[in-house]
Design a protein around this ligand. Structure first.
Ligand SMILES: [Zn+2]
Length: 239
């Protein structure tokens, strides 16, 4: 059993240790990693989505061009038909030339319409690819949303715990012996959690090295709340 003065310092140390652990859990919460993976998956999906949109856009532009060309040729074809059947042209040579041109235009128009149909099939395929992709993106966004919500809830629980432990730490420090606390604060940055070590069977439980007989003798003779440090590691020692 440590002296009451040291018991308070050990309380402060225990609270500091749990604060370190809570802050570590806050900073390295596993859901943060999950979210970062989901977000990079999303970034990749956005690139794929942009590619699909670009293909859709290109096909739509081509289809529109074929449609416009087909409409133009159809107009010209109609114009020629009007001449052919309007009775204005009577010379057989001219009629033959117009008939040839009409046939050629008809052929071009059919060709363009066929190409437009092919493009429309491709467009349908790309459209359904796009809607599949958007569905996947939506479900990924749902997963991201619920992970964010989970994380926020869990972090807020940790934050409340941290606030509570900080308050307890403040109270414990207020009750501790000022000179022991000052020494503890001064040494703390050098040690990983254990700044105040207990003496167990003559050895320091910070570095696990047996104290010399002289050091042990001095320790036993010193006052209960005196600042005694381990001759090996320099940690504060509690009898
Ligand atoms: Zn030691």
């Amino acid at each position: 059993m440590a002296s009451p003065a040291y018991e308070k310092i050990l309380d402060v140390q225990a609270l500091d240790l749990s604060l370190t652990q809570l802050r570590h859990r806050h900073a390295n919460h596993p859901t943060r990693q999950t979210l970062s993976e989901l977000n990079s998956e999303r970034e990749q999906m956005m690139v794929v989505g942009a590619g699909i949109n670009e293909r859709h856009h290109d096909l739509e532009r081509q289809r529109k061009r074929f449609e416009d060309e087909a409409a133009l040729i159809k107009d010209r074809h109609e114009g020629i038909n009007n001449k052919l059947y309007g009775g204005e042209v009577t010379a057989s040579k001219e009629l033959l030339a117009l008939q040839d041109e009409a046939a050629s235009l008809k052929e071009q128009q059919t060709g363009l319409e066929d190409q437009e149909l092919e493009l429309m099939e491709e467009l349908d395929a790309v459209s359904s690819e796009r809607s599949d992709h958007n569905g996947k993106l939506q479900s990924l966004d749902d997963r991201i949303g619920s992970s964010e919500q989970d994380l926020a809830g869990q972090l807020s629980e940790l934050e409340s715990e941290i606030v509570e432990v900080e308050a307890n730490r403040l109270a414990a420090a207020g009750e501790a012996d000022p000179s022991l606390l000052e020494q503890y604060e001064k040494l703390r940055p050098q040690y990983d959690g254990v700044t105040v070590a207990r003496l167990t069977n003559g050895s320091c439980d910070g570095c696990h090295i047996q104290l010399s007989a002289v050091a042990l003798d001095q320790l036993m003779k010193s006052a209960e709340d005196a600042v005694v440090t381990c001759e090996e590691c320099g940690r504060m020692l509690v009898r």
